[in-house]
Design a binder for this molecule. Sequence first.
Ligand SMILES: [Zn+2]
Length: 259
Amino acid sequence: MLIDAHVHIDKYGPDLNVALQEIRTHQVFTIAVAMDVPSYERSLEIGDECDLVLPTFGIHPRRAPEYVVRLNELSPLIDESPAIGEIGLDFHWVKDSSQYPAQVKVLEYFLAAAREQKKMVNLHTKGAEKKILDLLERYDIQRAIVHWYSGPLDILRALIQFGAYFTVGVEVSYSETIQAIAREIPDHLLLTETDNPGGLKWLNNVAGMPKDVQNVVDVTARVRNDSPALRARTIHQNFLRLIDADPWLKGLRAVLSPS
Ligand SMILES: [Zn+2]
């Protein structure tokens, strides 16, 4: 089984049925992160159609300014969601720094809930890697997935020390920086993602599909000098370990370890 731990499933549009078919055919366990409330609601509908898709609620940093004034409306959705994401900070693509306080406020709201409810979080860290590390420490977040890390290596090492998991994604085929990061992540903390359909589109203007995650596994294995089969098995085991004691994700073990 393959693990695609960061996907915008609600964005597949007309390709959704083909995407779900690929997810079933290639057995791609998929974490469907949300950008905002409508995105989460759509993911829930899609999740009902496929037990390999796990919808999770979050507010993306780009959407933070709109939601910072209505945080209490988010609580019921946070409470019902079995994990949290996409949340985080973006001080790189979001150039308007007057939005950063809203991003931080929304992120802290989610981290406080994640700590209290012992939920896994799926994080966007672009240009704010050190601040994310500080907040993970302050909120004592036990299980974090850092998505598409592309920041400095010293902060990467500190996040590794902290025990965060990392999803290497489609950019590993294109970027030496990402390849260096993919080599630095220890075996036991490495996961895979596509961030599709937008991930690949952003890189080469072709809409990504679920089976692209196999290519991520293959290239990551090559970069690390090991075999794709071993790498896929380790990633699967890592994900099982990550959710092992998670009270919200108990039901997933049967999905992830079919007998
Ligand atoms: Zn994303």
